[in-house]
Design a protein around this ligand. Structure first.
Ligand code: FEC
Length: 311
């Protein structure tokens, strides 16, 4: 009997692949409003500080290959074709859905390379995919993974990476070192509509802290947008200042709202937050990103397969 073909639309943020693409990319993030010159120059400077451009596309590519391998080994009875669709750069989600339909895919699962659901993050990826399905007339049977923030293999692999970070702290300070789990901030108004995002961040944090038996942990927010409205806080830079005032000498940050090394991790944590911590006499260690770690990719593959089985 021939295998059932299932298309996987894996959706990632996307990043420019050349300096000239930073302006259209930034304009797309701002829903078509071009940034002011100063905002653009600030963004270019942040990319320059991490080496010119972001490694995000390259890492997403490796994650997609790894996800396909995990799916093939976990479920050899079906055939999985893994596609990549980006939110803010080519290939856009819409372009990829068109390709999947043209390739004759009728059964598909969408999954976002981000563990926590918010209507303003994962919800918009799913909306773009659904709009594209409507526009192109397929794939007909399209289902979506909403979140995978408590997927046990995700919690286990994050716990291992946080433990490895803690081990870089001198033994006598380790137990009292706060572990701060961070995610991208969003406008605070999301809480008024009962958005599950802050609660999911808290739940993942608790599960990881319990897995390593570390009592001193809390959540924080990073990379808030540069707009006047209130964003979810406390911001990680305020957390560092507050911890310094309390006499804290070491801190671990685990930016588990992201799954790759990219601008928001390599600049906002590794440069900006580390610089502030250093000025205030705090040793700041960041937990490694999952990137294409096999155990992490198995977690995402398992979340996808759970959705397949929900037929
Ligand atoms: O490495 C790279 O080149 C790209 C890294 C990147 C990731 C990422 C993930 C998330 N974002 C989320 C929400 C927002 C909201 C705004 C916003 C703005 C930016 C800008 C850049 C950027 N984001 Fe992003 N985000 C990344 C990059 N993001 C660049 C524009 C400059 C700036 O504000 O810093 C505000 C939009 C607006 O102005 O209206 C909101 C969320 C995530 C995590 C989930 C996910 O990965 O999708 C949420 C990676």
């Amino acid at each position: 009997m021939s295998k059932k073909v299932i298309g996987i639309l894996s959706m990632a943020y996307g990043t420019p692949t050349a300096v000239e693409e930073i302006l259209p990319y930034y304009t797309h993030i701002r829903r078509g409003r071009p940034p002011e010159e100063q905002q653009l120059n600030d963004l270019i400077a942040r990319y320059e500080a991490i080496g010119g451009l972001s490694p995000l596309n390259e890492i997403t590519g490796r994650q997609v290959v790894g996800l396909a391998m995990q799916l093939a080994s976990l479920d050899p009875d079906n055939e999985y074709r893994v596609y990549i669709g980006m939110k803010h750069w080519h290939p856009y989600i819409e372009e990829t859905v068109k390709q999947m339909h043209a390739d004759g895919i009728t059964d598909a699962i969408g999954v976002v390379w981000a563990p926590h659901y918010s209507s303003m993050s994962v919800g918009t990826y799913i909306k773009y995919a659904q709009e594209a399905v409507e526009k192109w007339g397929g794939p007909a049977n399209f289902k979506f993974v909403q979140d995978w923030h408590l997927q046990p293999l995700f919690i286990e692999s994050t716990a291992r990476r946080v433990q490895a970070a803690l081990e870089q702290i001198p033994a006598e300070l380790r137990e009292q070192t706060p572990v701060v789990f961070t995610a991208h901030s969003l406008p605070a108004r999301i809480t008024q509509s009962g958005d599950p995002y802050p609660q999911q961040i808290e739940e993942s944090g608790r599960a990881v802290a319990e897995a390593i038996g570390h009592g001193n942990w809390f959540t924080g927010w990073q990379s808030a947008g540069r707009t006047p409205e209130p964003w979810l806080g406390p911001d990680i830079l305020d957390v560092i200042k507050e911890q310094a005032e309390r006499g804290v000498k070491s801190l671990v940050i685990c930016p588990f709202g992201f799954v790759s090394d990219h601008l928001e991790v390599l600049y906002d944590v590794d440069i900006e937050a580390k610089q502030l911590a250093e000025e205030l006499g705090i040793q700041l260690v960041r937990a490694a990103s999952p990137n294409d770690e096999a155990a992490f990719l198995r977690a995402v593959a398992t979340a996808v397969l759970e959705q397949v089985e929900k037929d």
